[in-house]
Design a protein. Structure first.
Length: 173
């Protein structure tokens, strides 16, 4: 069963350093997720009332240009309009949790997506608060304990905090 190794970092520079180091160790862009508040996107992103944007679906494919370095190269990067939270940039497997089945839960939004990653609800709410405050969430999908230990070491070496391992849930499509 695959696991996610999750952390928070305070800056985009820290996040980029972690992603570069993980890629040098052989982790692929589709194993690495990132979620960060979009400080570069207008809050009035031109949503149409009949669109799925209010439900948290991706609203733009050009998000890679909004973040620099290694974060901009992650798989499936896009901008999400998360109800009550505003615009966020998401990449990797977390994108599916935020724009897919997890958003339809009663919690929805960031908390629902984090629960989809396997984080217990009370911890997901804590992570959500820290992400809203400007922290960047990183998550790496790993297949075994050795990979999980490698990821945790990279996190620690690069100043990450709130490091956690969790069993990943599967996204229902």
């Amino acid at each position: 069963m695959s696991q996610a190794v999750i952390c928070l970092v305070s800056t985009e520079a820290e996040a980029n350093s972690i992603v570069v180091e993980l890629q040098e160790l052989g982790f692929t862009p589709d194993q690495i997720s990132a979620l960060l508040p979009s400080k570069n996107i207008s809050k009035d992103m031109g949503h149409e009332k009949h669109s799925k944007a209010p439900e948290g679906t991706a609203t733009g494919a050009g998000a890679g240009a909004l973040v620099g370095g290694a974060l901009g190269l992650l798989a499936g990067i896009g901008v999400l309009a998360i109800p009550g939270a505003g615009p966020f940039i998401a990449a990797g497997p977390i994108m599916a949790f935020l724009s897919g089945a997890a958003v339809g839960t009663t919690l929805g939004g960031i908390t629902g997506g984090l629960i989809g990653l396997g984080i217990p609800e009370y911890e997901a709410k804590q992570y959500e608060g820290k992400i809203r405050d400007g922290n960047i969430l990183l998550s790496v999908s790993v297949d075994d304990r050795d990979e999980a230990k490698q990821v945790e070491e990279v996190y620690k070496e690069n100043g990450a905090h709130d490091i956690k391992r969790t069993t990943e849930e599967k996204v229902k499509r």
